[in-house]
Design a binder for this molecule. Sequence first.
Ligand code: NAP
Length: 357
Amino acid sequence: MWVRTGENKLIKAGIVGASGYVGGELLRLLVTHKDVEIKVASSKRHKGEKLARIHPDLYGFTDMKFTGESIFDVLDDLDVVFLALPHGTSIKYVPDLVETGVNVIDMSADFRLKDGSKYVRWYGYEHNYPDLLNKFVYGMPELHREELKNTKYIAVPGCIASSSIYSIAPFLNLDLDNNIINVDAKVGSSGSGSEMDESKVFSERYNSIRAYKPVQHRHTPEIEQELKFASGKDVKIALSAHSVNMVRGILTTSNIYAKTDEINAWQLMRQFYDKEKFVRLIMDKKSNFKYPDPKTVIGSNFVDLGFAIDRYINRVVSFGAIDNMIKGASGNAIQSMNIMYGFKENEGLTMPSLFPV
Ligand SMILES: NC(=O)c1ccc[n+]([C@@H]2O[C@H](COP(=O)([O-])OP(=O)(O)OC[C@H]3O[C@@H](n4cnc5c(N)ncnc54)[C@H](OP(=O)(O)O)[C@@H]3O)[C@@H](O)[C@H]2O)c1
């Protein structure tokens, strides 16, 4: 095995829902993390099987097996628990986990919204833990770094939400002609998880561009919440999401109606992201990749940002590209965890993207 556990590791982690796509990405990134030892990876369906049977990228890295036991049986030994569970499921575990004193990093939407009343409309359930919503910090380091240093609880942003927020936030410093921002999202198939249903069968999915959520996308309220946090402005997000013929990756194209020029727009971007390690501004007009493209971020924790200015109707067309399972999930989770524990912020995340993919 490449990786020895236990030696010189500073904290012990457990992952619940470790058989899923996001759980698998957390395992892949944490297995070589200098400061984290993976102690438990739980799965009901795959209890007793080797992790590498379900996540073959882990062959040669770990001999660990999935445990099916309740995470509560092994908590004594853990510093942090990652919940890689569907929304509506994490909320069943979190109140009891918080009682035990363990740190919690939730990958689902259950603790992202500060206004609990919004869960009924967007997620179809009542959220009865307003105090916990206040305790969780939205795990987007570029916006919440200081809060992340002082929390035990992290709600990791949604994937489409991340790409949208990163690419829109700098432009809210402009005088907006319209407070509605249109977001078109194109998402790879891994964005909808590993649970099987008929619409995911290869012959149905391959070669299709499917408008799977043209209205009422659940990430709408968290995008609005975080843009308000970043800019103080109330904007409305008109989000339409399409699944496209990729496995990984998201491209969001957002229309922000405001008058500006290229120089000012670049300045806004540069000022907003200043020395951020994982934000890249794409501006090479001679490249084949003039604008952000998921193809150039796959496998990395980068978000690529760029824009075009439309003088005809005064709009900024702003692009964001991420790997949905890294900067859109496990990468932001680990970056946030690094900040929470005072580790080097980019520990475990310094890989460049794969190219070509
Ligand atoms: N996929 C993405 O790109 C992405 C990006 C950002 C955020 N997220 C969020 O991250 C979470 C995980 O997503 P995913 O894509 O990894 O989903 P997934 O592939 O479907 O995995 C979810 C895992 O949770 C476990 N699970 C399902 N229902 C459960 C239940 N009722 N009780 C306990 N365990 C249950 C399952 O494992 P066992 O049945 O084996 O126990 C399953 O492997 C979701 O909340 C998702 O919205 C996903």
